[in-house]
Structures are given as structure tokens and as C-alpha cells.
Design a protein around this ligand. Structure first.
Ligand SMILES: Nc1ncnc2c1ncn2[C@@H]1O[C@H](COP(=O)(O)OP(=O)(O)OP(=O)(O)O)[C@@H](O)[C@H]1O
Length: 267
């Protein structure tokens, strides 16, 4: 497995033969083995139903595993003292419509018992990170789709996580807003030394963002390719014009098309 250009980076996530079978018998994930190192930007790419969200939720501890071993920072998910070190961004911004932007971002700190006064500087810091310092008093209905997603990212960042899990966060946005948010996520990743796992259906998005693309197939959900990408960082719009980008898109696209040949209808 190719490492990042940081040889000292340690393993943050270790999955060994991880499986997930839901109560109704659906095998959402079978034998998923993967190591993700501190500081990587990894995309999970695959067709609908291949278990991308399920894998992300197991890593976050939101879903239990039904087989195999999964460790995050050396602990079973949800059990280490570093749990607060995980931020989760969902496809919908999932904001509370009755609460201000400030209160939406404050929520994780409120749940961990911090008063508004104690949390104020952290919330303001998180809003500044996503360019919304002047919108603390606004309500979600006053914001565009891209701004709502920025609030959602600020809410995930307010606990200062080491690991940011993003489940198709920009799928519903127009292309320009999506490209802008892609750049903002890359900038947060670099400036905060994050590890990011990013779920997407888009070959282009995965190649633009990631140092590595994990391609998954469905029925049952599993990893079929693990592709390290050669392009370095920082990346901006000019990266989309490089032969490296074009070649990576071609390679990842072929791998994704191949997932349709692996469908096992017995599951
Ligand atoms: N709570 C659940 N109970 C039963 N089956 C489930 C549950 N959640 C997901 N599944 C099934 O598990 C499989 C994987 O679902 P998952 O949502 O992880 O896929 P995905 O790759 O993220 O899909 P999409 O790209 O459409 O979001 C699917 O067949 C789905 O129907």
C-alpha cells in the first residue's frame, strides 16, 4: 500500500475483514480491509448501495460492525478517549431551522456540557474557518445551499477533530459552488492537519481531492480497488488541466466501470 509523502505518519484507521449485515439480512459490507494513515485524504467511490455510507458510519461508531476488526486511533470506534476527534458531515446540512447559525455550530459543544460563554470563541473560530464570521446571527432559511453546507462543516470542525468524515456533502450543490467547497475542504485539510474520508459518486471530485481513491462495488459491498493518486498538493483549478489529472480520471473511471462486472446476484 502506498504511503503518503509523510513516512512518519501512523495508522489512524485499521479495518480487517470488516463486515456489516443488517437485521433484514442485507450484507452491506463484506470483508473490508483497509489501512488509512494519519493525514491522508481518501475518497470512497462506488455505485449506489455499495456500502460507502455504511463504512463511514462504522468508522464513526454510529453503526456497529458485525464481523472483523475495526480500530480508530487504536480503539474500537466510539470507545477511545479521542471520540470527539471525529467530525461528520452528512449529505444534507441537517441544520436546526429554528436556531441561529451560531447555535447550530455550538450544538456539539453544548452536548459536551460547555456553556455558550465558554464555547463562544470556538464557535467564532469555526465560523471564520468557513468564511461565515458575519453570519452568526442568521437563520438557516436565510442561507444558500453552499452556505448551509459551510455551517455544517463548521459544526463538524468546532470540536477540532483529527478525522473528518464527509458523506457526499456536495452532491446537491451546483457545479461552481461544489468546486469552491472542494477547494475550501482541501484548504482545511492542509491547514489543520486533518485526515479526511470523503464519500462521493463523482470520479472527478474524488480525483481532484484525494491522495487515494478506494473503489467499492455492490451486492455485497466491498473494496475492489485501492488507487493511490500521483498528483501532489496544493491543488487548484489548474490541476484539472494537467495530464496527471486526466490520466487519474481515466484510471479511476475504468476501475469504477469494472465494478459493474463484479455484481454477485446471489447476495
Ligand atoms: N439500516 C439499514 N437496514 C437495512 N439495510 C440497509 C440499512 N442501511 C443501508 N442498508 C443497505 O445496505 C446497502 C449499503 O447501503 P449504503 O447506504 O451504505 O450504500 P451507499 O454506497 O452509501 O449508497 P448511496 O451511494 O446510494 O448513498 C444497501 O443495499 C442499503 O439498502
Amino acid at each position: 500500500m502506498k504511503m503518503l509523502d509523510r513516512p512518519e505518519a501512523s495508522n489512524l484507521i485499521e479495518m480487517r475483514d470488516v463486515g456489516k449485515r443488517f437485521a433484514n439480512g442485507t450484507v452491506a459490507i463484506r470483508d473490508m480491509s483497509l489501512t488509512i494513515r494519519d493525514g491522508e485524504f481518501v475518497s470512497f467511490l462506488g455505485p449506489s448501495g455499495c456500502g460507502k455510507s455504511t463504512a463511514l458510519k462504522m468508522i464513526s461508531g454510529l453503526l456497529s460492525v458485525s464481523g472483523g476488526q475495526l480500530a480508530v486511533n487504536g480503539h474500537p470506534p466510539g470507545q477511545g478517549r479521542d471520540n470527539a476527534d471525529i467530525g461528520f458531515v452528512f449529505q444534507d446540512a441537517t441544520l436546526m431551522p429554528w436556531a441561529t447559525v451560531f447555535d447550530n455550530v455550538y450544538l456539539p459543544l453544548k452536548l459536551s456540557g460547555r456553556s455558550r460563554a465558554e464555547a463562544r470563541s470556538r464557535v467564532e473560530e469555526a465560523l471564520a474557518m468557513v468564511g461565515l464570521a458575519n453570519f452568526a446571527k442568521a437563520y438557516p432559511r436565510e442561507l444558500s445551499g453552499g452556505m448551509k453546507m459551510r455551517v455544517s462543516i463548521a459544526r463538524a470542525m468546532v470540536t477540532r477533530p483529527k478525522l473528518l468524515l464527509m458523506d457526499e456533502p456536495f452532491a446537491a450543490l451546483d457545479e461552481m459552488t461544489r468546486a469552491k467547497l472542494n477547494d475550501e475542504v482541501l484548504s482545511l485539510w492542509r491547514s489543520h492537519g486533518l485526515t479526511v474520508i470523503f464519500v462521493t459518486h463523482s470520479v472527478f471530485e474524488s480525483v481532484y481531492l484525494s491522495s487515494r481513491v478506494v473503489v467499492m462495488a455492490a451486492r455485497p459491498g466491498r473494496v475492489v480497488h485501492d488507487i493511490p493518486l500521483p498528483g501532489g498538493y496544493p491543488r487548484d483549478a489548474s490541476y484539472r488541466m494537467t495530464p496527471e489529472y486526466t490520466e487519474s480520471c481515466r484510471m479511476v473511471s475504468n476501475a469504477l466501470e469494472g465494478t459493474m462486472d463484479h455484481v454477485d446476484l446471489n447476495h
